[in-house]
Design a protein around this ligand. Structure first.
Ligand SMILES: O=P(O)(O)OC[C@@H](O)[C@@H](O)c1c[nH]c2ccccc12
Length: 270
């Protein structure tokens, strides 16, 4: 998406709500579990590094999953997830900071806080190992600067996943000092998924960056495709939470973490 494109009404509503949300009270200080180390450990163990996402609902999902998030988290880890992502956005995704806290207490893998952070004080809500910053949303008027927020997050001990959707956004992320970059296959204008997005954008990301393919990964073939295109890890929500009628979260996670563990290694870098 280039800067002139509209964003979907659902996304605008998420952003408007995010602007209204304040921060926490005390400044958070966290000793995080390393995300790159967790990816390496999974790969060494023969598993595709996957961040499994607990997302009770979303603007593009049908219905809401009401299982205990701690149960879901444990099934995901049992199924081989290298890390977890927990939505904390309350109004559109059914998330909460309390859920993230419970999940992080119950597992020992790194946990990503998935939210729409626009201001520094919004970092001071809950301890997490990793926080998400979305390049596109930090370009809007009245939001903090990406590089400043990145620094503020690191000062608190967070690792930072910087989310992009275009080559221009990857460049901004790198200029701001990002070392973990996600490419979201879902565009924020139509909310449609195209795995070709990762394939075209990944070529611009330096080898030293930990690169994550986000959204729309459903099948083992999709896993292979993203790994071949250079993904160090994959962020998967829907296909684990509610893959058609298959609601066995542990089995869904296992199926995707066992898919094509050596595709990345067989890719020749040119
Ligand atoms: O459910 P999916 O298609 O596997 O997608 C997971 C994740 O990538 C998606 O939930 C996501 C990507 N970036 C976000 C930013 C905010 C909220 C959610 C997201």
């Amino acid at each position: 998406m280039d800067d002139s494109e509209e964003i979907a009404p659902a996304v605008q509503s998420i952003l408007d709500a995010a602007r209204e949300r304040g921060g926490g009270g005390d400044r958070v200080s966290v000793t995080g579990r390393s995300l790159p180390d967790a990816f390496d450990a999974a790969a060494a163990d023969g598993r595709t590094p996957v961040i499994a996402e607990i997302k009770p609902t979303s603007p593009t999902a049908e219905g809401e999953r009401t299982d205990d998030p701690v149960d879901l988290a444990q099934q995901m880890v049992e199924g081989g997830a290298a890390a977890l992502s927990v939505l904390t956005e309350p109004e559109h995704f059914g998330g909460s900071a309390a859920t993230l806290e419970r999940v992080r207490d119950a597992v020992d893998v790194p946990v990503l806080r998935k939210d729409f952070i626009l201001h520094e004080e919004q970092l001071d809500v809950v301890e997490a190992d990793v926080v998400l910053l979305i390049v596109r949303f930090l370009e809007a008027e009245g939001t903090d600067d990406l590089a400043d927020l990145l620094a503020a997050a690191r000062e608190r001990g967070f690792q930072v996943l910087v989310e992009t959707h275009t080559a221009a956004e990857v460049e901004k992320a790198i200029d701001a000092g990002a070392d973990i970059i996600g490419v979201n296959n879902r565009d924020l204008a139509e909310l449609e998924v195209d795995l070709g997005t990762f394939e075209s954008v990944a070529t611009d990301v330096p080898e030293s960056v930990t690169l994550i393919a986000e959204s729309g990964i459903q099948t083992e073939e999709d896993v292979t495709r993203m790994r071949r295109a250079g993904a160090d890890a994959l962020l998967i929500g829907s296909a684990i939470m509610d893959h058609g009628a298959a609601t066995d979260v542990e089995a869904n996670t296992r199926r995707l973490t066992r898919a094509d563990t050596d595709a990345a290694e067989t890719t020749t870098d040119t």
